[in-house]
Structures are given as structure tokens and as C-alpha cells.
Design a protein around this ligand. Sequence first.
Ligand code: PEP
Length: 248
Amino acid sequence: MARKKIIAGNWKMNMTPSEAVELINTLKPLVATEKADVVFCVPAIDIIPAMEAAKGSNIQIGAENMYFEEKGAYTGEISPAMLTDVGVKYVIIGHSERREYFAETDETVNKKVLKAFEHGITPIVCCGETLTQREQGVTIDFIRQQIKIAFLNVTADQAKTAVIAYEPIWAIGTGKTATSDQAQEVCSAIRACIREIYDEATAEAIRIQYGGSVNASTAAELFAKPDIDGGLVGGAALKPDFGKIVNY
Ligand code: PEP
């Protein structure tokens, strides 16, 4: 069965709650499609107003992060139950900015992935190499390690529903999109890694996005590749251009 594309926006630390409502009202008609899942991952404080604004549309609201404990003395963190209580179904886990600025590791990513599944939230698990790693020729080895650790103790049935976002760090926010062949090569290696860990059915079911300066003119070629099932979009998700990406 063909995998349904999933196009997700990562708003990062942008948009106040009132700006979020305005942006969703602008984008709603532009992203209306049944062909792909459309997810807006927004700052925690925007989730509730974004849910309200998106009501009745095809837009699903996701979170950008979540903690791996149930509750307690973790000042400033958001728990999985807080997300599910308001209807969140997707959460970005292990974005490279969280790894770089907030000390997230493959181990914390794994804990968060397991916790998200425990609560019925679909993780969008991010992986991606630095420019140095690409130049050293270790991209695939590095990504395989990230994936293997992120999916430790995740069952095949859970993995089938997961989303992986391949985001080369050198392409994020730089305006430098990976070529469709570079992106396909790594996404195909990720699927092969999932096949190795689990089986063919899991590898065929899991959805793998490309992320890194995706825009209206690069989306179609990237998303046409056999192992690229959509995109995780940063900067362009805050503009009407996101409609063009969704309807690539
Ligand atoms: C991202 O933040 O996940 C991302 C891919 O950003 P951008 O599209 O701006 O490169």
C-alpha cells in the first residue's frame, strides 16, 4: 500500500498565540487537501489556540518537544499527558536545535520516543549529519547509529506508525537544500536500517520525511523520490508558500 505523504511545519520559537491564530486562518484554505497529512508543530503556548483555529480543517496540531517523565519536578517541561489532554497527536523529537542548544542526546531521544508511543502520540524523530560528517564520508554510519538508538525497545507495531525526519544540519535554515539524490540516498539508507532492525513490513510502513530549507520550488522533486514521504519544513511553514509545498 502506498504511504500517505506527511508535510509538517516546525514553527520553532516563532508566533505568539494571536499571531498563530492569524497564520492558521491564512493558511487553512491554502493547505486544504486529502492527499497528504498536514501537521503544524507549534510552540507549547500556541497549541490550544492553534487547535481552536484549525477546527474543522485538515490541519493537525503537533508539539515541538515533550519530556520523557510523566509529571513532577521538571520546571518548564511539558508532559505527554498535557499534550494528549488537548488532543495533540504528533510531537517532534530530537530536532538538531534541541540536540545542539538543549543537550538532547540519542538516549534522551529514545526515552522520549518510548514515552510518546506509551501515550499514543506519534513521534517525528529527527536525525541528520553535520557538514563535517558529510565531508568525512560518515553520514550513513552516523544516521544509522542515531536511528538504532532512537528505536531501542520500540516495537515493530509502534515503529510502523512513526515518522522519521532526515534533516542534514547543514541544510537547516541555511537556504541550502540537499539535492533530491542526496536526500533519497539517506532516506533509503534509513529505510534499510529499519528493515534490518524490524522487517520488510515495518520498513514499508514507516514514513520518512526530508527537512532542510524545503521551499515551494524544491518540494516537488524531493517528494517524488521513492523513499521520501513528505517534509519537515521550518522557515517556509510560516508563509503562504507552505500551501504550495503541501500541494506540490
Ligand atoms: C527545521 O527546522 O526542521 C527545518 C527544516 O528548517 P528550515 O526549513 O528552515 O531549514
